[in-house]
Design a protein around this ligand. Structure first.
Ligand SMILES: Cc1cc2nc3c(=O)[nH]c(=O)nc-3n(C[C@H](O)[C@H](O)[C@H](O)COP(=O)(O)O)c2cc1C
Length: 327
């Protein structure tokens, strides 16, 4: 029988790799019989109807606390975490089911009241879909929970500005399989299939290649992908590269000399690094001997950032978005 180039996978979702359907990770809040809020991570979730009113559903193991609480509270909130909450979401999601388990304080999550329901929202999440329970349906060991959307709210910086940027701030992420997850890629309009040239590689001139290479390799975990006498390249997460080249190599490529470095003056180049583990990045920079220019502080563009100089006077910024509670 011809395969048409296809291979059959199991019909058991547990064995799908790669999963053909990525599942967005959300944090559902419900409330127990005393009104005590409960938090649980779910990824089988989607829109059923656009409305108005819109309807959403999530699926939950029928034995889990959420299945019991949602039938009691008759309300729930679908909170959308951004990729900064991947680690926290995994901790909560891997916590065995249990009634009355406190998962807010333990995981650094803050309750804020719902706008239309008695169940709280989670401040650290970027968006919230508040729902009234409509009905539940059993499917094997699971329960499909359907809700009518009664309020939707997002962080203020998601409600304004350029659309692609707003998606970047929302930064949802998806459960794939086992312990695999992936963030949403760059958002763009369908009718703009060619998003312009990609910025894949930044090359900086250095007065001392071994010194610069040692600095960047000590400061970061970026692997060495090109190692030549006059040029080295480090592989950055996401497929970008950082190249370091000697003044001689630069002159050969461009046909002109690079500006002479001036003692104690910055080059004017800034590498702006968004860090999932900012503390680790800062200690890596300090250990590599980076010169601190400006200590970690909230900046008015909604991020906290620290400024350093590398041995050639290039500026390195280590930054991460401020949490909504810090803004
Ligand atoms: C990424 C991820 C996605 C999950 N998705 C679901 C889901 O869609 N439905 C579900 O019932 N459990 C899901 N879980 C498991 C529950 O979050 C976990 O077992 C939890 O302890 C059950 O919570 P509860 O008893 O408080 O409802 C997921 C876990 C992770 C880590």
């Amino acid at each position: 029988m011809t395969t048409h180039g296809k291979v059959e996978l199991s019909t058991d979702r547990h064995e799908w790799q790669p999963t053909p359907l990525a599942e967005q990770v959300v944090i559902i809040t419900t409330a127990d019989e005393d009104g005590t809020p409960h938090v649980a991570v779910k990824s089988r979730v989607s829109v059923v109807s656009y409305g108005p009113p819109a309807y959403v559903f999530f699926a939950c193991n029928a034995e889990f606390a959420t299945a019991e609480y949602v039938r009691r509270s008759k309300q729930f909130v679908v909170n959308v975490p951004s990729k900064e909450l991947v680690a926290v979401s995994w901790v909560i999601g891997c916590d065995p089911s249990g009634r009355g388990v406190e998962r807010f304080d333990e995981n650094g999550l803050t309750r804020i009241p719902g706008l239309a329901v008695d169940v709280p929202r989670i401040a650290e999440c970027r968006a919230h879909i508040e729902c009234e329970l409509v009905e539940t349906h059993p499917f094997g060991p699971d329960l499909a929970v359907f809700g009518k959307v009664v309020s939707v709210s997002v962080d203020r910086d998601l409600a304004e500005g350029e659309t692609a940027l707003r998606y970047r701030r929302l930064a949802p992420f998806f459960f794939l399989d086992m312990d695999w997850t992936a963030p949403l890629g760059a958002a763009r309009r369908v009718e703009e299939p060619v998003p312009g040239p990609r910025h894949d590689l930044t090359i900086m001139v250095t007065a001392d290649l071994p010194r610069a290479q040692a600095f960047y390799q000590q400061a970061f975990d970026w692997p060495l992908v090109v190692d030549e006498d006059r040029y080295v390249e480090l592989g950055l997460p996401g497929g970008r590269g950082l190249g370091l080249c000697t003044r001689e190599a630069f002159r050969d490529y461009t046909g002109e000399k690079a500006r002479k470095p001036v003692q104690d003056k910055l080059s004017g180049v800034e590498l702006y690094l968004r860090c999932d583990d900012l503390e680790r990045t800062l200690s890596g920079l300090v250990a590599a001997g980076a010169r601190e220019l400006s200590a970690l502080a909230p900046r008015d563009w909604g991020e906290e950032a620290a400024y350093f100089a590398d041995p050639d006077g290039n500026v390195i910024v280590a930054a991460r978005p401020l949490r909504p509670t810090d803004r």
